[in-house]
Design a protein around this ligand. Structure first.
Ligand code: 5GP
Length: 185
């Protein structure tokens, strides 16, 4: 029994992801040449993307990590609880928010307000996967790896109940794994 047995379809294989991440890294390196941006990521889904993206960037960048959890019953407000805050002030810094996937956009919408209140010099968003079908908050995404259809994906950092993050590709889970109703998110 292997993790791969639970995958219905590979949406983006590891080579395709690696090629695109290298392109994003090169683009960010060009756009931020001469600057020293801070990459702000949200645990845990963006970890694998962040690890690969930062190594594809030829810049003196730094990283910071946040962890958030959604308040139960406030799905439409996008209100989140900060479990782990930034470790350093971002005032006057060029912030690049590195996200795994943007679905409704509510989490990021809240986070953007939170970060903007800390008066960075600039904020841009770099997400690996954009799933526009269920978008509720209008978010300007500056860098997009791939636009994907409205399917629940796992792998390359993305989980289902904390599993599958270590799959090297992005795939669609077999419905039999979650027993019918598609997971939210
Ligand atoms: P949003 O607030 O944009 O609806 O959701 C953002 C978060 O929901 C993502 O950071 C991710 O953790 C989770 N999410 C959204 N879509 C998916 C998906 O297709 N697969 C997985 N594993 N998580 C998802």
């Amino acid at each position: 029994m292997s993790l791969h047995d639970d995958v219905e379809e590979i949406l983006l294989d590891s080579q395709t992801v690696a090629t695109r991440v290298a392109e994003l890294g090169a683009q960010l390196s060009a756009d931020y040449a001469g600057r020293d941006p801070v990459l702000v990521s949200v645990l845990k889904g963006a970890l694998v993307f962040l690890a690969d993206l930062m190594r594809a960037m030829d810049l003196p960048s730094s990283i910071d990590l946040m962890e958030v959890s959604s308040y139960a019953g406030t799905e439409t407000s996008g209100q989140v609880r900060i479990l782990k805050d930034l470790s350093k002030p971002i005032e006057g810094r060029d912030v690049i928010v590195v996200e795994d996937i943007i679905d409704t956009g509510l989490t990021l919408n809240y986070l953007l307000g939170y970060l903007a209140d800390r008066q960075p010099a600039s904020i841009k968003i770099c997400c690996l996967l954009d799933k526009p079908a269920r978008r509720l908050a209008d978010i300007p995404i500056d860098y997009i790896g791939f636009t994907i259809p409205d399917r629940f994906v796992i792998g390359y950092g993305l989980d289902y109940e904390e599993r599958y993050r270590n799959l090297p590709y992005i795939g669609v889970l077999k419905p039999s794994v979650y027993g019918g109703a598609r997971p939210e998110g």
